[in-house]
Design a protein around this ligand. Structure first.
Ligand SMILES: NC(=O)c1ccc[n+]([C@@H]2O[C@H](COP(=O)([O-])OP(=O)(O)OC[C@H]3O[C@@H](n4cnc5c(N)ncnc54)[C@H](O)[C@@H]3O)[C@@H](O)[C@H]2O)c1
Length: 130
């Protein structure tokens, strides 16, 4: 499956990316590498994912609509996991998916509660936790 993971240089996005790559999915990572914390950590996380031939990385900002459109058009992802986030005051909201709905038919089908529950199950399974 082709999956876009935003925030792919982040803590959770990179861990998810590695898990998906291990399972054989194609991962298209998007991250702006912002300087909210040490960017060396982000570079190292991206480098680990880049070792997989099925990983493609884009250093772009989610507010860059033009670049984002190109990524979607070029890769035609089957799933999008949006983990890009910025703590504190931000100029734009990343929850506005109107354009994605209009242009690509993006239609989230899992509630946050269900998504978190699935993530916890996946985490427990991966680490053999009860
Ligand atoms: N870490 C946790 O314990 C935890 C717990 C619950 C929920 N979450 C949620 O999971 C998500 C990811 O958290 P994390 O811990 O991986 O954070 P993180 O800061 O490590 O990762 C977020 C990534 O998003 C990128 N980013 C931010 N704004 C961007 C933009 N405009 N365009 C492109 N990339 C952008 C950052 O560069 C960063 O690499 C967040 O929504 C967070 O609230 C995290």
């Amino acid at each position: 499956m082709k999956i876009i993971v935003t925030g792919s240089a982040g803590f959770i996005g990179s861990a998810l990316g590695l898990r998906l790559l291990d399972r054989g999915d194609s991962v298209i990572g998007i991250d702006n590498h912002n300087e909210y914390y040490d960017t060396a950590i982000k570079k190292a996380r991206v480098a680990r994912q880049k070792k997989y031939s099925n990983y493609t990385h884009y250093r772009i900002d989610l507010s860059d609509q033009k670049s984002l459109n190109e990524v979607f058009k070029n890769h035609k992802p089957q799933r999008v996991v949006n983990l890009a986030a910025q703590a504190g005051d931000v100029p734009d909201t990343y929850a506005d998916s109107k354009n994605l709905k209009k242009q690509f038919g993006y239609k989230p089908s899992t509630s946050v509660l269900k998504g978190v529950a699935k993530f916890v199950e996946c985490y427990k399974h991966y680490y053999n936790l009860k």
